[in-house]
Design a protein around this ligand. Structure first.
Ligand code: C2E
Ligand code: MG
Ligand code: MG
Ligand code: MG
Length: 281
């Protein structure tokens, strides 16, 4: 079913053998030119505080404005460059662009937070810490704390000593950490509680259909309880209707993203969307 596909989709990021050689070569050949020509853009999806009915920040989701193919989504190119040197190149672009957005919001007196998605191979590599330090070089403490780095739960399950070391470096730099697509990996509770992350994002494959699937709702409830017991923020992604929003609020999950509110939008449109949302529009 579509749900199972959703659950499996992120694994493409981790399993090198899933990507066809030919397609991979085609994509890889185009990436550096695309970076030079600034064809990548961060779309933003608002994150809503359900209790306050407020946009508290955004998640940055990369898009490729391809000259022939039009707007290309991340699943059509990121899996092909993961484990190549381009994963780090894209990742540095994402960090720099996100920090630029936070700086310009700060200059305008907006204190929105911004979440970015980490490339698994870049995060695990030696150069990651230095790249993050360089990207944050001109940032004050309050700006650093508005940047959240989302790490896939499945990436957190790689070499534990490396993962924990990297996460601690990020914390020392003052950025916030989130475990993305939670529920799709095989974290032990003992490992989970040792991870220095401030937030968990419930994978949308459990959220979207939870009102029709009692098992999904139980998983969502269990993750909310886990986050409360261990004092982590919890965010639900994939809210597609009002009833699911209402149910999450009842269950104690106060942060949410999803098509019910809006799809990811180009930056200026996302900010305008937030303004309209706050005016009650
Ligand atoms: P993610 O981080 O879990 O992001 C959520 C994905 O779910 C996004 O897909 C978003 O558009 C989609 N989504 C949000 N709300 C809904 C909803 O209500 N219903 C449905 N069906 N989908 C919803 P997108 O933008 O295609 O990104 C897919 C994945 O690609 C992301 O999953 C993330 O793992 C990865 N990704 C995106 N941008 C970046 C990036 O800049 N760097 C890296 N390394 N990975 C990225
Ligand atoms: Mg994410
Ligand atoms: Mg996610
Ligand atoms: Mg995902």
């Amino acid at each position: 079913a579509a749900k199972e596909q959703g659950r499996n989709q992120h694994r493409v990021f981790d399993v090198r053998s899933h990507v066809s050689r030919k397609k991979k070569l085609q994509v890889v050949e185009q990436i550096s030119a695309a970076l030079e020509q600034q064809q990548f853009e961060l779309f933003l999806q608002p994150r809503i505080n359900l209790r306050e009915n407020k946009v508290e920040g955004f998640e940055a989701l990369i898009r490729w404005n391809h000259p022939e193919r039009g707007l290309v989504g991340p699943f059509e190119f990121l899996p092909y460059i993961e484990y190549t040197e381009y994963a780090a190149d894209i990742s540095r672009f994402v960090m720099a662009d996100a920090i630029g957005k936070l700086q310009s919001w700060q200059a305008e007196g907006q204190n929105y937070s911004l979440s970015i998605n980490l490339s698994p191979s870049h995060f695990l590599s030696e150069r990651f810490s230095q790249d993050l330090k360089d990207a944050l070089a001109d940032c004050d403490k309050s700006l650093c704390s508005r940047l959240t780095l989302e790490l896939l739960e499945t990436t957190a399950l790689d070499d534990a000593s490396i993962v924990i070391k990297r996460l601690k470096t990020c914390r020392a730099l003052g950025v916030d950490l989130s475990l993305d697509d939670f529920g799709t990996g095989y974290s032990s509770l003992d490992y989970f509680r040792r991870l220095p992350v401030q937030e968990i994002k419930i994978d949308r494959s459990f959220v979207t259909d939870m009102l029709n699937d009692p098992d999904d709702e139980k998983v969502v409830g269990a993750i909310i309880a886990l986050s409360q017991n261990f004092h982590r923020r919890v965010v639900a992604e994939g809210i597609e209707d009002e009833a699911t929003r209402d149910r999450l609020l009842e269950m104690g999950c106060y942060l949410a993203q999803g098509f019910y509110f809006t799809r990811p939008l180009p930056s200026a449109e996302a900010l305008a969307w937030a303004d309209a949302f706050h005016r009650g529009g």
